[in-house]
Design a binder for this molecule. Structure first.
Ligand code: FAD
Length: 369
């Protein structure tokens, strides 16, 4: 069995590792010649930790990131309101949530890929596919060619693979919210994720290492683009009413502070996410907003389930049908729950309403996949 994975992000690297473990001869192509990832923090739900554990990288995430439990919900003034538990089943062997810098997670996964001897061709993409009943002929952007039993499109929300196999697929659309993120020192008494609810935006932070955490602000705004020189003042205005740690972080922002500003976009691709032997995983198939911190997790889960079904069936198309049966409902649940939480945030719903739906969704996601 030979497989090609297009895109070496979180989902693509996970697919490479998981397929290699099933004795599939797998290779990755990544369009970025430098294999970069932008430098923001990422929150990891308990189910994501379980998936990373199944990939064999949980201990590295524990060591190089943060793992812990629970979300502390606070008022705009910074006072504790209540804690939302994030339990995982006892036999899962992982904690309930975590956080890590994207470049650190990238390093952990890429180390695993390279140490398994999986080839990764950088600066290369796919120009065209031609499939028949026995396999897929691929012409790469560097002019080389290959034939594969399985092709996995893990090339993110703007997936070219998706455009190639589903030319009529919907395009990503702005949700009305944008997210601001800054990396900051982690005070010694901060030992869990925090939300600050009831204000003009949803604000929170997640530890990402023993000494660092990132602050995020989900803002309802029609402005999808900002000038770099406006970012610091705009963030200051957005956080003007906040007290406690958020005020301290706000007051410490200088023109040199790196701010990552990203509009949130999604599309809904109806199933199936495969044509013949070519399948989409991760954001290429089901991008989500970050409200449940599970976009990366469902990409890793896709990779694990795909490799299991490929090992179970002799026929690739049958394996892909079985893959979709296990993935469609769960991924749709993550996307729809995240969108609903975003809608409540934008409507100014009460902190109780916002956290109740997040707690219920996280509990459901803790169920086995
Ligand atoms: C603002 C924001 C905050 C988020 N926060 C969280 C969070 O806290 N927790 C969480 O779990 N998720 C979060 N997410 C979602 C998460 O980032 C994604 O779900 C996750 O990165 C999906 O992984 P992926 O591998 O499918 O895609 P990507 O991470 O986008 O990787 C795609 C890879 O494919 C490569 N590529 C693209 N085109 C081609 C091509 N034509 N040929 C070859 N290679 C190609 C890219 O260079 C990249 O390396 C957030 C998303 C946003 C926008």
């Amino acid at each position: 069995m030979r497989a090609l994975v297009i895109g070496a992000g979180i989902g693509g690297m996970s697919a490479g590792i998981a397929l290699d473990r099933q004795d599939v001869e797998v290779e990755l192509v990544e369009i970025d010649p430098l294999w970069r990832v932008y430098g923001a923090g990422i929150t990891i739900a308990g189910a994501t930790l379980r998936a990373l554990d199944a990939l064999g990288v949980y201990e590295a995430v524990q060591r190089e990131g943060y793992v812990g439990n629970g979300i502390r919900v606070c008022s705009v003034g910074g006072d504790r309101l209540w804690d939302v538990p994030t339990p995982m089943p006892e036999d899962s062997g992982v904690e309930g949530c975590g956080g890590i810098l994207r470049p650190v997670l990238h390093r952990i996964l890429s180390r695993k890929v390279l140490s398994a001897g999986i080839p990764v061709r950088l600066g290369v993409s796919v120009d065209s596919f031609q499939q028949d009943s026995e396999g897929v002929d691929v012409i790469f952007s560097d002019g080389s060619q290959g034939r594969f039993d399985l092709v996995v499109g893990a090339d993110g929300i703007y997936s070219r693979t998706r455009q190639q196999i589903f030319p009529d697929a919907p395009l990503p659309e702005y949700t009305g919210q944008s997210v601001w993120r800054i990396l900051t020192d982690r005070p010694t008494d901060v030992n869990c994720r925090h939300y600050f609810l009831g204000g003009p935006a949803k604000v929170g932070f997640t530890p990402v290492s023993a000494t660092q955490m990132y602050l995020f602000v989900a803002e309802r705004t029609q402005r999808e683009v900002r000038n770099a020189d406006e970012l610091h003042d705009d963030l200051g205005r957005l956080l003007a009413d906040y007290g406690g740690i958020v005020a301290e972080i706000r007051d410490a922002v200088t023109p040199d502070t790196e701010i990552v500003f990203r509009p949130l976009e999604i599309f809904r691709l109806p199933a199936p996410w495969h044509v013949g032997r070519i399948v989409l995983i991760g954001d290429a198939a089901h991008p989500t907003t970050p409200q449940l911190a599970s976009g990366a997790g469902i990409a890793v889960e896709d990779a694990l389930v795909l490799s299991e079904e490929v090992a179970r069936y002799d026929s690739v198309p049958e394996a892909l049908t079985a893959f979709l049966l296990r993935r469609e409902e769960r991924c749709r649940f993550v996307v729809e729950s995240s969108i609903e939480i975003g809608r409540l945030e934008q409507a100014g719903a009460s902190p109780e309403e916002q956290t109740a739906i997040a707690a219920a969704a996280l509990a459901k996601l803790a169920e086995p996949i």
